[in-house]
Design a protein around this ligand. Structure first.
Ligand code: FAD
Length: 515
């Protein structure tokens, strides 16, 4: 508690209001042809901006000391902490848990996500000195910059289809307008082109631009990794439809109004990137390896598991309350379905704990979550989100669509009386049931819900890419050893004389079997 108060007093950390003010920075954000001048007052963005601001305000809550860390007398957000022990990893995990719970897991790219990228990169900064390039000090200085200015980073690291490695994607590389280096100026390089799909960018201060999907070998110009302030001249964000602007309001669409983190294509026109903000250049393999040779990908995606858990909690709680409101909660088959959902929630919790339990120690004394466990956790999550949602939808039946269009039904005495008389039930007032079912539909049936289904499936890339990560982190020698020992322990003539665990075990088994 003491640490938290002292840290806040140093005021390197913003308040929620200061964070909101910092977003009024002249950024170029487009919704169709409309230029949004101020995300903190635009109806499509303002409620979510305030949801993000709660993350900054939560640091002043003494019950959340894990949100702040200190080093050499400086305080900073814990997602910029370079972990050196299991306790540090637990602190990072708890920090993400607090942040995720503030949005019920609905803000996927909260600042702790890309915060993990730059922190993990700085933990193995020497990997940014490569060939003729010396960018390690850029990486460590950028981490300091993010810490000291309390920055929120979003990222755009998916080069568009047509630029990717034909060996993996089965199609030739094409001249698509992917973000690439097109020139130089005395202080750095000039970039042009577009990058998909920077979730949270409308609410972030800076963007990490890079390539986490395998680029085609000839896309060297696109292989730049760099950081850019969102309001950099020439940079614009092109948002998909903001759901808050198209919903009915908080009562009818509580989630899509307040937790729509936005997804934006990033377009650069003659944007200047100073050398200090360049982290890789001119090397396709290097631009991708930095995420896996450093702990960057693992630190950031531990957040993904923790965030997902907050969402499974919400789904489980919703399922339980819905069945209560429908009066089906005593039906044995319905209770069985709820217990099944509870098992899924517990499973994801253990997958998170496993990432801490199996932590690794890295050169320099740093620690990192168990990488294979992290990818396995993400894989499970990406493959099971639809199933979890459809289990809850199964329990909801049609009741969710029997609710009146909006709560305006209470404004007129005639409709209000009819509503109260017919929509109440199972100990629930009509208004409360409507509130619950509107929330359920917002999570499971609206535009916002569909976007979440797509997000959970693709935020780490398509499934085959996630499986590839797991394969890369598998210690195949350790997997194969018991089998190879077993095979070596017998032959045509019977049990081999080799010494070893498997051979001893098989020796006992085989002698009873008479093999
Ligand atoms: C809601 C949402 C938010 C996102 N947020 C971010 C973000 O914050 N930052 C960011 O950088 N990116 C983000 N992304 C982008 C994301 O990284 C990409 O969508 C993802 O990598 C998949 O790329 P793609 O959309 O081009 O799909 P594709 O690569 O085109 O794949 C689509 C489908 O095609 C099939 N397919 C294609 N190639 C193969 C193959 N070789 N083998 C087998 N099947 C194949 C598969 O069915 C695959 O699922 C986001 C995406 C979504 C949907």
């Amino acid at each position: 508690m003491q640490v938290s108060c002292r840290a806040v007093e140093r005021l390197m950390l913003m308040t929620g209001d200061a964070y909101l003010a910092s977003l009024r920075d002249g950024r170029a954000l487009y919704v169709g042809s409309e230029r949004v001048d101020d995300v903190t007052s635009h109806p499509g963005f303002a409620p979510t901006a305030r949801s993000f601001a709660r993350i900054w305000d939560a640091r002043r809550d003494p019950s959340y000391p894990e949100l702040i860390s200190e080093e050499k007398g400086e305080s900073f957000a814990t997602y910029y902490l370079m972990p050196r022990s299991r306790e540090d990893l637990e602190k990072r995990s708890r920090c993400s848990e607090i942040i995720a719970e503030l949005s019920y897991g609905l803000l996927g790219r909260s600042p702790d996500f890309v915060g993990g990228y730059i922190t993990g990169a700085a933990m193995q900064a020497h990997l940014f000195d490569h060939g003729e390039h010396r960018f390690s000090t850029n990486v460590t200085a950028y981490l300091q910059h993010c810490r000291r200015n309390d920055l929120y980073l979003a990222h755009a690291v998916a080069p568009p289809q047509g630029t990717r490695d034909p060996a993996k994607y089965g199609r030739d590389s094409q001249a698509v307008p992917t973000l690439s280096v097109t020139g130089a100026y005395e202080g750095g390089v000039i970039v042009n082109g577009m990058k998909m799909l920077a979730t949270g960018a409308a609410f972030a201060h800076e963007l990490w631009i890079g390539n986490i999907l395998p680029l085609a070998p000839e896309q060297r110009a696109a292989s730049i990794t760099c950081a850019l302030a969102v309001n950099t001249p020439g940079l614009s964000l092109w948002s998909r439809k903001p759901y808050a602007a198209h919903g009915e309001g908080t009562f009818e669409n509580p989630l899509s109004t307040h937790f729509d983190e936005s997804d934006c294509v990033v377009v650069c026109r003659d944007v200047k990137v100073p050398w200090e903000r360049v982290f890789t250049i001119d090397d396709v393999a290097w631009s991708r390896a930095i995420y896996f040779d450093t702990p960057a990908h693992t630190l950031s995606n531990h957040q993904s598991s923790v965030r997902y858990r907050a969402k499974t909690r919400l789904l489980l709680a919703l399922a339980r309350r819905i069945t209560e409101a429908m009066g089906t909660d005593k039906v044995p088959q319905v209770r069985d379905a709820l217990n099944h959902l509870s098992a899924q929630d517990a499973l994801i919790a253990t997958l998170i704990a496993g990432q801490i339990q199996g932590f690794e120690t890295l050169p320099g004394g740093f620690t990192c979550f168990d990488r294979r466990a992290m990818y396995a956790s993400i894989y499970w999550a990406t493959q099971n989100y639809d199933t979890l949602c459809s289990s809850v939808r199964e329990l909801m039946g049609g009741s969710v669509l029997q609710m009146p269009a909006n709560i305006g039904v209470l404004d007129c005495p005639e409709t209000a009386d009819t509503f109260e008389a017919n929509w109440a039930g199972n100990g629930w007032a009509a208004r409360d049931r409507m509130k619950l079912f509107k929330l359920a539909w917002d999570l499971l049936g609206t535009d916002f819900a569909g976007r979440h289904a797509q997000y959970e499936r693709f935020y780490m890339g398509p499934a085959f890419v996630v499986r590839e990560h797991i394969g890369r982190e598998t210690d195949w020698d350790a997997v194969l050893r018991p089998l190879d020992d077993l095979l070596a322990s017998y032959d045509v003539g019977g049990i081999a004389e080799t010494v070893g665990r498997a051979s001893a075990l098989s020796s006992a088994a085989m002698s009873t079997d008479g093999v």
